[in-house]
Ligand binder design. Structure first.
Ligand code: ADP
Ligand code: MG
Length: 317
C-alpha cells in the first residue's frame, strides 16, 4: 500500500493554510485571540496546548465547521466563509470525537463517506480496500462499529479521512484515550503518511508524538500562540540540554537540593519533585557523582519540559 503515495505529493512552498490575526469568540469572551500561522504543503505542523487553549476551535475554523470570528483565514488560497464545499472536499479530518456511523459496517462507513466526495463506487471500493489494509482492518471489513476497540475505531476514522486523497490531513488528538499498543500503531500510521509526503496539521497532548512527527510546533495557551519552532529548536531555546530530577520527600535531601540550586541553570520545584535544567550536558554530568546516593533521574531535555515551562504546572480542567 505504502509503495504508492496515499496522497498526492507536491514539493513546494505552497501555503495551504494561512491565518493572520485569527479570532473566535463563542460568546463575548474570545477563545482564539488573534493568531498568525501558515501550514505549507508537505510539512507536519503540531498544535500543542493545555485543554481550553483554543486548538479545536482553530481546527474547526479551518475545517469550516464553525465560522471565522475575525481576522483572515485562507485554506487552499480561498477565504474561509461562505461556500466551503471546495475546501471541505480537499480536506481529510480526524475529529477529536469519534463520529463513525454506528449502524454501518467498517467497509460501509468508508463507502458511504466516499460518496460525499462524489467518488464513483468502483473507485471508492478499491480505495476502501487499500485503506483497510493500510490501517490493518481488512479482517474487520464486515464488522459493526460497536464491536471495534477504541484503537480500531481511531484507525478507521483515519482511513475514512484518507478516502478522498485529501491535500491536507487534519487530526485533532488522534491518539488520545488509546492504550499504549493502540497509540503506537496510530503513530506508525502517521509516520508512514509523513514519509509519503502528506501535509498534516495535528493536535496532541503527547509531546513524544509531536517531537517525532512534527516539523514545526506551535504552542497555544489561552487563545494565543506563545511559542513556535522545531521541536529541537524549542528545547534548545527554552530548556537546554539535560535535566536532573530529584525527589525530595526525605528531608535529608536538602543538601542535594542545595547542590542542584548551585549548579543548574534553572531550578523548578513541583510538589515533591525538584528539576534542575542544564544548558550544557557537562555541567549535569559533573553533578551526578555527588548526587549518587539520592534518588535522581538524569535525562535529556524534552518537548514536555518546554511545554510545562511555558504553560505552567497547574492543572487545567
Ligand atoms: N461550541 C462552543 N461553545 C462555547 N464555548 C466553546 C465551544 N467550544 C469550545 N468552547 C470553549 O472555547 C475554549 C477553547 O476550547 P477548544 O478550542 O476546544 O480548546 P482545546 O481544543 O485547545 O482544548 C474553551 O474554553 C471551551 O470551553
Ligand atoms: Mg480540543
Amino acid at each position: 500500500m505504502m509503495g504508492r503515495p496515499i496522497l498526492s505529493r507536491v514539493d513546494s512552498e505552497e501555503v495551504l493554510v494561512r491565518a493572520r490575526g485569527l479570532v473566535k469568540a463563542y460568546s463575548t469572551e474570545p477563545v482564539v485571540k488573534g493568531i498568525d500561522f501558515d501550514v505549507r504543503r508537505g510539512e507536519c505542523v503540531g498544535f500543542l496546548g493545555p485543554n481550553g487553549a483554543g486548538k479545536t476551535t482553530t481546527i474547526n475554523m479551518i475545517c469550516c465547521f464553525v465560522s471565522v470570528g475575525g481576522g483572515e483565514l485562507e485554506v487552499f488560497g480561498q477565504r474561509v466563509n461562505g461556500d466551503a464545499r471546495d475546501i471541505k472536499r480537499r480536506l481529510g479530518v480526524v475529529s477529536q470525537e469519534n463520529n463513525l456511523d454506528p449502524d454501518l459496517t467498517v467497509l460501509k462507513n468508508l463507502l458511504v463517506y466516499g460518496r460525499y466526495f462524489g467518488l464513483p463506487r468502483e473507485h471508492r471500493l478499491r480505495r476502501a480496500e487499500e485503506l483497510l489494509e493500510f490501517v490493518q482492518l481488512e479482517e474487520k471489513r464486515d464488522s459493526h462499529i460497536r464491536t471495534l476497540s477504541g484503537g480500531m475505531r481511531r484507525r478507521l476514522t483515519l482511513a475514512r479521512a484518507l478516502i478522498s486523497n485529501p491535500e491536507l490531513l487534519i487530526l485533532d488528538e488522534p491518539s488520545t484515550g488509546l492504550d499504549p499498543q493502540a497509540r503506537h500503531v496510530v503513530w506508525q500510521k502517521l509516520r508512514a503518511l509523513k514519509r509519503a509526503g502528506v501535509t498534516m496539521l495535528l493536535t496532541t497532548h503527547y509531546m513524544e508524538e509531536a517531537a517525532q512527527l512534527c516539523d514545526r510546533v506551535l504552542i497555544m495557551d489561552e487563545g494565543r500562540i506563545i511559542a513556535r519552532g522545531t521541536p529541537q529548536g524549542l528545547i534548545e531555546e527554552h530548556i537546554g540540554a539535560e535535566v536532573v530530577e530529584l525527589y525530595s520527600t526525605d528531608p535529608s535531601h536538602s543538601d542535594a537540593m542545595a547542590l542542584l540550586q548551585g549548579a543548574a541553570d534553572h531550578v523548578e520545584r513541583a510538589g515533591d519533585e525538584v528539576f534542575g535544567f542544564f544548558r550544557r550536558s557537562e555541567s549535569a554530568r559533573a553533578l551526578l557523582p555527588v548526587l549518587a546516593e539520592h534518588h535522581v533521574v538524569h535525562r535529556r531535555a524534552t518537548l514536555e519540559d518546554v511545554f510545562l515551562r511555558l504553560t505552567g504546572r497547574e492543572l487545567r480542567e
